[in-house]
Design a protein around this ligand. Structure first.
Ligand code: G6P
Ligand code: MN
Length: 441
């Protein structure tokens, strides 16, 4: 079987150990010849890199592994896949994305509302640079991108690299939801054939077929209404994620047609969610006290002890697993079905062609072959159209350096609504993002 060369960009991420464990687990189905991890933060990269050396020595000795903070070493002609998971500005800026809006009584979140807007304006520049760097040496490698806010990044990359058919933007949240449905229905997530529509972090499952073709969605809906909803890996989740999943029950009660992505809570119940968010201790602080601390401490310990056995940083999370099974489907032309982000082009017939929608597609070596969704009902169409207009205006604000479009974008966002508040939060975010954003005039 052919062996693949993979570069991970953002190798110093807290998500990397899970991904590395996934690579070890899949050595028979997705064998890797050479793996390079790259991060601009040399210190974080070294901790995860030294952990990886120990893990591979024990579980994957044939792999040629290295880590670097030099992009010239990271991007090579012989790469088959580039996995991206970068966070421009790190947790320091994520914390501001959350806290600045919250200080004004607006939702402060990584990818939704003004926080997502701010993060989007930062991510675009680095993602464009990254793609240019990769393509300067390698025209063919598949670029599988997790970088958030994926919705905005996808619109920007589509606009800037319209002819590059080997950039695929993905998100693990639909996969997390499938795993959670699987737990409730006692099924494996890969045995579902789902129908899903929307934008990234803004979508709904309409059907959930089992291998015999039965739609399990009505059964699942009733189970959620009767017993609530929890993530499949609830034991590993922090309090805020458990609260987020629990909100699905209310969303299903109010809008029972379809099963919502958890991120819709911020748009459908901003007041209620706002009440639960603590402006002094946001998700960033929770991650820093939890996953971040755990992963880095454990990786240091593994490197010191010289064994990764018994380490719990390497549990099989959807984030690590999903990108690998997508890559495997491309590598072997398997045509497996995954929910990914694509240019609409009529998939959802009553939405604009240029929207970057999140839908199910068969993933082949020639790329995604999406399944038609058809027309969606007015309520969902209305929500998506306004959210898409926000995304598009955000990208235009970035590309044109336009303050007016930034203000329009934030005013359109359902977590903001008031133009006065939009201006207030925009001005504060401009100040906080100096050096990251283009100048807005
Ligand atoms: C899910 C989403 C990602 C997001 C992550 C945040 O996996 O799909 O887009 O980055 O959650 O997780 P965190 O635990 O860092 O808040
Ligand atoms: Mn996501």
């Amino acid at each position: 079987m052919k062996k693949y060369n993979v570069t991970i960009v953002g190798g110093g991420s807290t998500w990397t150990p899970g991904l590395l464990k996934g690579i070890c687990n899949r050595q028979n189905t997705f064998p890797i010849k050479k793996l390079v991890m790259y991060d601009i933060n040399a210190e974080r990269q070294a901790v995860i890199g030294e952990f990886a050396k120990v893990l591979f020595k024990e579980e994957y000795p044939e792999i040629e592994f290295s880590y670097t903070n030099d992009k010239k070493e990271a991007f090579t002609e012989d790469m088959d896949f580039v996995f991206c998971q970068i966070r421009t500005g790190g947790f320091e800026m994520r914390e501001k994305d959350e806290k600045i809006p919250l200080s004004m009584g607006i939702i402060g979140q990584e990818t939704c509302g003004p926080g997502g807007f701010a993060y989007g304006m930062r991510s675009i520049r680095d993602m464009v640079q990254l793609i240019e760097d990769v393509r300067a040496v390698n025209k063919n490698a598949w670029i599988l991108n997790y970088t958030n806010p994926a919705a905005i990044v996808a619109v920007a990359l589509q606009e800037i690299f319209p002819d590059d058919k080997r950039i695929l933007n993905i998100c693990d949240q639909p996969e997390n939801l499938l795993r959670s449905y699987g737990k409730l229905l006692d099924m494996h997530e890969r045995d579902f054939d789902p129908v899903y529509f929307g934008l990234n972090h803004f979508g709904w499952f309409t059907h959930l077929y089992d291998p015999e073709g039965n739609d399990l969605l009505p059964v699942l809906r009733q189970k959620i209404l009767d017993g609530g909803f929890r993530p499949a890996d609830a034991e590993q989740r922090d309090k805020s994620w458990l609260e987020t999943y629990a909100m699905v029950e209310q969303m299903v009660r109010d809008f029972p047609d379809f099963l919502p992505n958890t991120y819709l809570q911020y748009y459908l119940y901003p007041d209620k969610v706002l009440d639960k968010l603590n402006p002094e201790f946001t998700r960033t602080n929770e991650v820093q006290a939890g996953r971040e601390k755990r992963v880095f401490e454990d990786c240091i310990k593994v490197a010191k002890q010289g064994t990764a056995r018994g380490s719990n940083v390497v549990h099989n999370d959807a984030h690590g697993e999903f990108i690998l099974i997508v890559a495997e489907s491309i590598a072997h032309n398997k045509g497996d079905n995954f929910i990914v982000i694509l240019k609409n082009n009529g998939i959802i017939s009553n939405l604009p062609d240029d929207a970057m929608v999140e839908v199910a597609a068969s993933i082949t070596s020639n790329g995604p072959r999406p399944y038609a969704v058809g027309e969606i009902p007015t309520f969902y169409k209305g929500l998506i159209e306004s959210q898409y207009a926000y995304e598009k205006l955000t990208v235009e604000a970035y590309l044109e350096g336009s303050y007016a479009k930034a203000l329009q974008a934030l005013t359109l966002n359902r977590t903001v609504v008031s133009a006065e508040k939009a201006r207030e939060v925009l001005d504060a975010l401009i100040e906080a993002n100096k050096g990251y954003w283009p100048k807005l005039k």
